[in-house]
Each structure stands twice: as C-alpha cells, then as structure tokens.
Design a protein around this ligand. Structure first.
Ligand code: HEC
Ligand code: HEC
Ligand code: HEC
Ligand code: HEC
Ligand code: HEC
Length: 256
C-alpha cells in the first residue's frame, strides 16, 4: 500500500507540476488529447496526495514565523530596501535560531539536520518575471514604500510554501499602478498616518483629496495650510506622502 501511494504521489506531483507550468502546455490546448492528464489531476485532487508544496526542501510556514512569532519580513529577506532582489534566505539566517531544535516538530528536526550538513538549502524560486522584464524591489519598497501585500498577497498567512504567486503579476497588473501611482502611494501614506494615531477627522479630510496626484510637495503643503493643519501635523503628513514620481509607461521602462 505504502509503495502504491508513493507511486501515485510521484505521478500526481509531476502531473500537477506540468499543469502549473503554462509554458509546458500549448496555450489553448484542446481538451481531448489532454483528457487523460485532466483525469489524473482530478483523481489526485481527490486523493489529496499531490503534496501542495512539492519542490521546496522543507515545509516552511510564513504564518508561524511572521504572525505567531512576529518576525518582520526583513529578518529573512534581507535586500528589498537596497537591491533589485528581495533575497531568499540563506542558511545562517535560519541558523540564528535553529542551531538546535526549539520545538518537537519533525520538520524542524529535518531543518536542523540540513543545517548541520553545511550545504545551502535550495529554495525554489516561485515568483519570477521573464528575463526581458526589469523590476526592482528597492524602487518599489525602499523608495515608494509599497507594501509587500500589494504584489505578493497575504503570504504571511500561509502555513506552507506557495506553489504559485498569490497575486497574478502580469503586465496589466504593473501598468495599472504605473498609470495612477498616486492611488497606491496615498493609500500607503494613510496607512502610515493611521498607525501613528493621526487625528481621525483630519485623516478623513485628507482622504477626500485622495484623487489629487500629489506630484509636488508644494501642492500638498498648500492644501495642508488651507485645511488648517498644525505645523506638527503638516510635517507628519509630508513625511508620509512620498512625492508621486511620474512614471512613464514607455515599453522600454520595463523591457530590455
Ligand atoms: C523566518 C524567515 C522568513 C520570514 C520572517 C519571512 N519569510 Fe518569506 N520566505 C522564507 C522562505 C524560507 C521562503 C522560501 C520557501 C517558501 O516559499 O515558503 C520564503 C518565500 C517568500 C516568498 C516567495 C518567493 C518566491 O520564490 O516566490 C515571498 C513573496 C515572501 N517569502 C514574502 C515574505 C513576506 C512579505 C514576509 C513578511 C510578511 C516574509 N516573507 C517573511 C522565509 C521567511
Ligand atoms: C528569530 C528566530 C527564528 C528564525 C530566524 C527562524 N526560525 Fe523557524 N522557528 C522559530 C521558532 C521559535 C519556531 C517554533 C518552534 C516550536 O515551538 O515548534 C520555529 C519553527 C520552525 C519550523 C517548525 C515547523 C513549524 O511550523 O512549527 C520550521 C520548519 C522552521 N522554523 C524553519 C525555519 C527556516 C527554514 C528558517 C530560515 C529561513 C527559520 N525557521 C528561521 C524561530 C525562528
Ligand atoms: C510592486 C510589486 C512588489 C512589491 C511591493 C514587493 N515585491 Fe517581491 N517581487 C515582486 C516581483 C515582480 C518579483 C519577481 C522578480 C523577478 O523575477 O525579477 C518579486 C520577488 C520576490 C521574492 C523572490 C526572491 C527575490 O529575491 O526576489 C521575494 C522573497 C520577495 N519578492 C519578497 C518581497 C517582500 C518581503 C516584499 C515587501 C518588503 C516585497 N517582495 C514587495 C514584486 C513585488
Ligand atoms: C502599486 C504600484 C506599483 C506596482 C504594482 C508596480 N509598480 Fe513599478 N513603480 C511604481 C512606482 C511608484 C515607481 C517609482 C519608484 C521610483 O521612482 O523610484 C515604479 C517604478 C518602476 C520602474 C522604474 C521606472 C523608471 O522610470 O525608471 C520599473 C522598471 C518598474 N516600476 C517596473 C514594474 C514592474 C515590472 C511591475 C510589475 C511586476 C511593477 N513595476 C509594478 C509603482 C508600482
Ligand atoms: C510596467 C512595466 C511594463 C511596461 C511599461 C510594459 N510591459 Fe510588457 N510586460 C511586463 C511584464 C511584467 C511582463 C511579463 C508578464 C507575464 O509574465 O505574464 C510583460 C510581458 C510582455 C510581453 C510578452 C507577453 C507574454 O505573453 O509573455 C510583450 C510582448 C510585452 N510585454 C510588450 C510590451 C509593450 C509593446 C509595451 C509598451 C506598450 C510594454 N510591454 C510595456 C511589464 C511591462
């Protein structure tokens, strides 16, 4: 029985991997020739053995580390403010806490054994743009302070590695924000002010201006004066409001 299950597991994993790679199949694949494949997939869904996180070396839980333990993303993804890549964690990052087992889970014991070998843990990259597209975390997170959740969804709630991006990062997704970056940036600013317990009524007054592209700080400064914000409040708002850059939607901005 065990053997049989393993066989099915292998078949299911490879079939679902094939189905997940859109490029591995012709785009508008006719249903008929692929029917056996779909049938196996349906069977696998029923069997529940198509290990959802196959491909990753460990069952890593974001929920455990971010929501339960309260670790910030920067503990493990070191570079998002300064570099193009956010960075997938390397062994020393995990070793800082997992030199010896902290709990009793099997998965953690496996981790400790892996760390002891000294070989780098091979995390599989899931979110990846085609090579012809340029993208930089430092521009989006470091400068524009766009929260991770905008592009990666609520990954902090997942208790196992994702097998596909939670947000569909196609070209439209990028361009939609680039056409009106003020929406994302003012939203971020409001979230920051709310967190700093900014006066609610004044926050609401500001919110009614959300559609104004705060392209220049002067424009915002004038608005704050007209609305009788105190000097301290003005300062708070202007430090939160990133001046909206004009981003051209020129093809070559994103493509090389
Ligand atoms: C304790 C370490 C740790 C923390 C803290 C952490 N991550 Fe991760 N993250 C990982 C590991 C390990 C992986 C690779 C395995 C996986 O996908 O679960 C990963 C993968 C990811 C991926 C997928 C990368 C890909 O290849 O597609 C995203 C996106 C991500 N993390 C975002 C976040 C965000 C956002 C936060 C903060 C809310 C965060 N992470 C906090 C360790 C961490
Ligand atoms: C700041 C400390 C810290 C760091 C850094 C850290 N962990 Fe953990 N991790 C913990 C704690 C605490 C637990 C909970 C142990 C317990 O009580 O079971 C845990 C649990 C786990 C478990 C057990 C499974 C589970 O969900 O309960 C795994 C697997 C794991 N961590 C993997 C990793 C990996 C991989 C990295 C590096 C990318 C990492 N951790 C980085 C503190 C950390
Ligand atoms: C504006 C959208 C956007 C935001 C905001 C964003 N990311 Fe990403 N992230 C991406 C894209 C696009 C990729 C794939 C990049 C590639 O393939 O070149 C990616 C890739 C990743 C990866 C894979 C490995 C790597 O080194 O790039 C991790 C991990 C990650 N992001 C974590 C984060 C974290 C943590 C945050 C918040 C601090 C964040 N991202 C904010 C769009 C975003
Ligand atoms: C939620 C809003 C948002 C999303 C989504 C977004 N961007 Fe951006 N992007 C910005 C902002 C704001 C800037 C300007 C940052 C700066 O000036 O440093 C920017 C700048 C850029 C730049 C530099 C442009 C230049 O003029 O030099 C590139 C390239 C880029 N983004 C690519 C992407 C790609 C590719 C995606 C999709 C995977 C994406 N962006 C998704 C808001 C966004
Ligand atoms: C804001 C960034 C951005 C801009 C501006 C942009 N693209 Fe893209 N483009 C992308 C991303 C991201 C992808 C990859 C989408 C994916 O993987 O599904 C892409 C993919 C493509 C593809 C390949 C489609 C495919 O199915 O793989 C073509 C062709 C393309 N873009 C043409 C253009 C042209 C022409 C322009 C100018 C009118 C343009 N792009 C402007 C981000 C951008």
């Amino acid at each position: 029985m065990q053997r049989k299950r393993n066989l099915w597991q292998t078949i299911c994993t490879s079939v679902s991997a094939l189905a997940e790679k859109p490029n591995a199949l012709p785009h508008e694949a006719p249903i008929k020739p692929l029917l056996p494949l779909y049938l196996i997939l349906i069977f696998c869904a029923g069997l529940g053995t198509s290990s959802a996180w196959a491909g990753q070396p460990l069952l890593f839980s974001h929920a455990k580390h971010t929501q339960e333990l309260g670790l910030g993303c920067a503990v493990c993804h070191l570079y998002f403010t300064s570099q193009t890549n956010a960075g997938v964690p390397s062994n020393p990052t995990c070793q800082a806490c997992h030199l010896i087992p902290l709990g009793s889970s099997e998965e953690e014991k496996k981790l400790v054994r892996m760390l002891q070998t000294g070989l780098p843990i091979q995390w599989e990259r899931v979110t990846r743009l085609p090579r012809h597209v340029r993208y930089s975390h430092s521009r989006h997170v470091g400068y524009a302070r766009i929260p991770c959740v905008t592009c990666h969804g609520e990954i902090e709630k997942s208790s196992q590695p994702i097998t596909r991006p939670l947000v569909f990062l196609d070209m439209n997704f990028c361009i939609r924000c680039h056409r009106q970056p003020q929406l994302a940036l003012t939203q971020t600013a409001f979230a920051g002010l709310e967190q700093a317990n900014f006066k609610q009524d004044k926050l609401e007054r500001l919110q009614s201006y959300i559609a104004i592209p705060f392209r220049q700080n002067q424009e915002l400064a004038q608005l704050l004066k007209d609305e009788n914000f105190s000097l301290a409040e003005q300062k708070q708002v202007t430090t939160q409001m990133t001046p909206v850059p004009s981003i051209s939607t020129d093809c070559m901005n994103c493509h090389r």
